[in-house]
Write a protein that binds this ligand. Structure first.
Ligand code: ADP
Ligand code: MG
Length: 720
């Protein structure tokens, strides 16, 4: 009888191509057609109402009930005209995915389709099943969702989706969006103050984000035969293929046809949703790819990234493919990240991380660069914990991934400029001097935009006109790390203004006051700058010497959320209260625990139900063979040796699985969730996962391929 694996392989190899036809050869014909955007609003709203909406979306104004009523009515008409029957508030609870609860437009009592302004603005989903970290005890499990007009309403899967925040009745945030919006306000306030030192016209600063999303694609039938992938998103076992990524021929190689059709298909749907997808290519590992949209305002970019992931998942189904967003679905090959390209843009149209031809603007540019470097230095642990998850732990510090040590790469040019500024600390600048020339900051632009000055091994790199936070995991919601980044930079900017003002009141000219503060900050935060190979062991040693943290695993990194420094920071900037922080800490620990628990269980089940029985079956075959040889009077040592080897691995496997189950049982009695999570990390994951995997992967090599039940790495990675 064929194994499930063999049938799945036959199915995967016999797939037909799915034909994808774009609605028009011109993207502009359908871009944003599923979004109730500016164009649709202008067409359907009275000019006075339209003005109010634009004001609310662009300048954060309030939308009054009668305006909401008019918008709801226009949205309903638009949605019905597109065959939409249901609506939902769309939000991002702390589970890490998106949530929705669909209601019909049809009102059976009235016999007509209805969508009231109040339904647009606020909803009360039955939210008791979403994680809340103890904020809402179940008897008063009430939370509500409230419309976020700064992110456009869209149609997904024949449902009208209204982007919303999700908060408890007592006001605490239960989602990712609420603190992100507050952090935008925090950095806006702080950055405008700093900009005012250079340009009085700046009234608003908005963070921008462009997310490069990496992912793996495998055939759906192959996916379905791997309980570990289905349950935990990663393969807990699997021997490395003979041909992995060592040939490096996959990167920028041609994209397999089936995957290309899938890409085209989801890109078309993404474009209809107003997601400006622009690049697609192969990544380093076989079976790995990347999609990147153009950058947008951070809140929209985060929503779009979450939506894109949902969309890819759905469209993949049509192509009989499965998308893996896990950070490390396959051991030994490259993992997946979500590179967060971040910058700050003023309402006067200046990217504050863009070097310019104007010396004055360059000083402003350096101010923001230095503040960001200092923020990463001051809050390295918090930034690290913002990307902590059970799945990202497998990636950080592994193949082709940034380490868990936070550092900043600036490139040789910018490093030179900062070093110069620091070194020339004593250069006297007289009134009337061309300070910019004297300090070497009038000539940054031409050189800095040199694209070859790149370092792909840094977790946080300056890339010409933006910073790229590369340690973010591919499955993460970017709102988490971006909230932290906004807040820590806001904090430094605020202190900076105070420090500059001090210098000014001590009689310094403004520019010189700024330069003096920059020099101090450059010196203070120097240790966080690293230009070398971030993947090397030398760097880990060097970082330790410098006193930088290397928080390798999540439950330890998350301790940072309990620090007074963290609580003070978030409450000062009005982003998260102490209660909200505690709740988040608990939810993240819970998520971690659940993930490790699930993996441990899957490992045990697979070992006991799949691997060991298969190995024994093969062993019996070998025993028959050994006896047969002996009966014929022939040498059977080779057969006996293999029997012994198989036995040895079966023994160790069984033994370790049993011990691991025992350890888990004991740990489950631990009431303190942080201790339990750390116990799972050290005494379950670290203590057993590798040992168990080692035995299984050895058996995979020994056991007859015909018998092996689990689809192998070479099959998952190369069959498309
Ligand atoms: P790279 O610089 O990594 O080679 P790209 O130039 O294609 O690649 O940019 C990667 C991502 O960074 C894209 O999503 C792009 O839109 C985004 N990006 C470019 N400029 C900015 C900016 N000023 N702020 C935020 N993201 C940006
Ligand atoms: Mg990049």
């Amino acid at each position: 009888m064929a194994t499930l694996r063999q049938s799945a392989l036959l199915i995967a190899q016999g797939r037909q191509k799915t034909n994808v036809v774009p609605p028009s050869s011109k993207i502009s014909d359908f871009f944003g057609s599923n979004v109730f955007g500016v164009k649709q609003m202008k067409e359907s709203l009275a000019p006075s109402v339209f003005k109010k909406v634009i004001e609310a979306t662009e300048r954060g104004g309030k939308i009054d009930p009668s305006t909401a009523e008019e918008i709801a009515s226009a949205v309903k008409t638009w949605a019905l005209s597109k065959g939409v029957t249901h609506y939902t508030h769309w939000f991002q609870p702390l589970t890490g995915s998106t949530a929705e609860k669909h209601d019909s437009f049809f009102d059976a009592h009235a016999g007509i389709e209805k969508f009231k302004g109040s339904a647009l603005v606020q909803q009360e989903p039955d939210a008791s099943s979403f994680p809340n970290g103890g904020i809402r005890s179940t008897f008063e499990a009430r939370g509500y969702t409230a419309w976020d007009p700064s992110s456009p309403i869209f149609i997904f899967d024949k449902t009208l989706c209204v982007p919303t925040i999700f908060v408890a009745y007592t006001g605490e945030a239960l989602d990712y969006k609420t603190p992100l919006l507050k952090s935008m306000e925090a950095i806006n306030t702080a950055a405008v103050e700093v900009c005012q030192l250079f340009d009085r016209n700046v009234k608003k600063v908005t963070p921008s984000l462009g997310v490069e999303q990496e992912y793996f694609v495998i055939d759906k039938a192959l996916f379905a035969t791997r309980p570990d992938l289905v349950m935990s998103g990663r393969t807990v076992f699997g021997h490395n293929p003979a041909r992995g990524q060592q040939l490096e021929d996959h990167y920028f190689g041609s994209i397999p046809t089936r995957v290309k059709d899938f890409m085209m298909d989801f890109e078309i749907e993404a474009l209809k949703l107003g997601i400006p997808v622009s690049t697609r290519h192969n990544e380093v590992a076989p079976g790995q790819f990347e999609v990147a949209p153009l950058f947008e305002e951070i809140n929209k970019a985060v929503d779009h990234n979450q939506l894109l992931m949902d969309l890819m998942d759905k469209v993949a189904e049509k192509h009989s493919l499965k998308v893996l967003f896990h950070e490390k679905p396959f051991a030994g090959v490259n993992g997946s990240g979500k590179h967060n390209n971040w910058s700050l843009i003023t309402d006067t149209g200046v990217n504050l991380f863009q070097p310019s031809n104007s010396a004055r603007e360059n000083l402003q540019f350096l101010t923001f660069v230095v503040a960001t470097v200092k923020a990463v230095y001051d809050y390295a642990d918090l930034l690290r914990s913002s990307i902590a998850s059970a799945s990202n732990d497998f990636r950080l510090g592994a193949n082709e991934a940034p380490p868990a040590i936070m550092s900043v790469f600036l490139g040789s040019t910018l490093t030179g400029v900062l070093d110069e500024l620091e070194k020339n600390g004593n250069v006297k600048i007289e009134k009337g001097d061309n300070m910019y020339m004297k300090l070497g900051i009038s000539k940054i632009p031409e050189i800095i935009l040199d694209n070859t000055d790149r370092n792909r091994t840094s977790p946080f790199a300056f890339t010409g006109n933006k910073f790229e936070f590369r340690a973010v995991g591919s499955s993460a919601n970017s709102a988490g790390p971006m909230t932290v980044l906004n807040v820590i930079v806001a904090e430094v900017l605020r202190t900076m203004v105070k420090d500059v003002e001090k210098e000014i009141s001590a009689g310094k000219e403004k520019k010189i006051a700024v330069v003096n503060v920059l020099r101090k900050y450059i010196k203070d935060s120097k240790k966080i700058r690293f230009e070398g190979d971030g993947y090397s062991d030398e760097w880990a040693a060097e970082a330790e010497k410098r006193g930088l943290s290397n928080l390798k695993s999540t439950p330890y990194a998350l301790d940072t959320y309990l620090d007074k420094k963290t609580a003070d920071l978030f409450s000062k900037h009005n982003v998260l209260s102490a209660i909200e922080l505690h709740a988040r800490h608990e939810i993240m620990l819970e998520n971690y625990l659940k993930k490790v628990q699930i993996e441990a269980r899957v490992m045990g089940d697979l070992a006991l139900n799949h691997v060991i029985p298969t190995a024994i079956q093969y062993q019996n075959k070998l025993i028959e063979n050994a006896n047969g040889l002996k009966g014929l009077g022939l040498d059977n040592t080779a057969a006996i040796d293999t029997i012994k080897e198989v036995s040895k691995h079966i023994e160790s496997l069984k033994h370790n699985v049993m011990d691991m189950i025992d350890t888990r049982r004991k740990l489950n009695k631990e009431d303190d969730i942080a201790k339990r999570a750390k116990g799972y990390c050290d005494n379950v994951k670290e203590a057993y996962f590798d040992k168990i995997r080692y035995a299984v992967d050895k058996l995979e090599l020994l056991v007859d391929d015909e018998y092996w039940p689990l689809v192998k790495y070479r099959e998952m990675l190369f069959i498309k």
